[in-house]
Design a protein around this ligand. Structure first.
Ligand SMILES: [Zn+2]
Length: 284
């Protein structure tokens, strides 16, 4: 495993070992309020543990390289809660651009963001395209579990609103770090009236800007009361297996068959990465 941790390489090894078939895995976490019962580190913990596990299982086979996790990200929906440490969207986009520029200096072309915080998802999609355009990288975004406000599933008991520190997330932390969970403080906090809406709801056709304290002062949205470590173990192991399959597909992903692409695109930054379209500081 240690041999698959990018930051443990010495710099001459980067040129030797990280190549065109490599997939760089960037865990993206958050440090933010997670209700009265879960720790600030929840999203960072889950993203890191999932990334560690999938690189441990599939790293050699798929030529994966684990980057150090991004801990502080776009948690401004939790800005009202002391303890949340957040970057604004423009800051995070700038950080991701710098990251892309740095990674494009290696021979790798593929970067996967493995994101544990739903508040980052929209911005990471924007960043994926920015890094494609400006640094010629092939970029991908996935989650240990897709957040319900991004189209993912949530339990019937939570009326599809297990958005933040609800049943599944609490269960996964109970599996990974039970010492950090206070189940005696876990309480249901589901904005039930939203379930009557056909369109304007989490994951509905009409999305809406929200802050976590729009749904009460506790900070979580969902029902963690039935969470168990056993449920968390099952969810976590299923997520790691699913991520393994996803990374396999990422590793063989091509926009078009090479012969076909060469007929319609003269300089494909993704294919060659030698000609970033507007990043002259990337060319030595
Ligand atoms: Zn979370």
């Amino acid at each position: 495993m240690s041999s698959r941790r990018f930051a443990e390489l010495r710099f001459p090894e980067v040129a030797e070992r990280v190549g065109p078939t490599s997939v760089l895995v960037q865990p993206v976490g958050a440090v933010e309020q997670h209700g009265p019962h879960l720790p600030l580190v929840t999203d960072l913990l889950i993203a890191s543990a999932a990334a560690d596990a999938v690189v441990e299982e599939r790293g050699e086979d798929l030529d994966l390289w684990l980057l150090p996790p991004l801990a502080y990200t776009k948690s401004n929906e939790h800005a009202w809660a002391p303890g949340s440490i957040w970057l604004g969207p423009a800051t995070l986009l700038a950080v991701l651009d710098d990251l892309g520029r740095s990674l494009a200096a290696t021979r790798a072309t593929k970067v996967v963001f493995l994101n544990g915080h739903g508040g980052n998802s929209s911005l990471l999609n924007v960043a994926c395209r920015e890094l494609r355009l400006h640094h010629g990288l092939e970029t991908f975004l996935t989650h240990p579990s897709v957040p319900p406000d991004q189209g993912g599933a949530s339990t019937a008991e939570e009326l599809g609103m297990g958005i933040h520190a609800g049943l599944t997330e609490t269960s996964v932390v109970l599996h990974l770090r039970p010492d950090l969970v206070r189940m005696d403080l876990a309480a249901r906090n589901v904005p039930e009236h939203l379930a009557a809406n056909r369109h304007v709801r989490f994951g509905g056709a009409v999305s809406f800007g929200w802050l976590a304290d729009d749904f009460g002062p506790d900070g979580h949205i969902g029902d963690p009361t039935a969470a168990t470590a056993e449920l968390g173990k099952g969810l976590f192991e299923a997520a790691v297996a699913r991520l393994g399959e996803q990374f396999e597909e990422v590793s063989r992903f091509r926009f078009a068959a090479p012969a076909e692409a060469s007929t319609w695109r003269r300089a494909s930054p993704g294919a060659t990465k030698a000609v970033p379209r507007d990043a002259p500081d990337n060319i030595r």
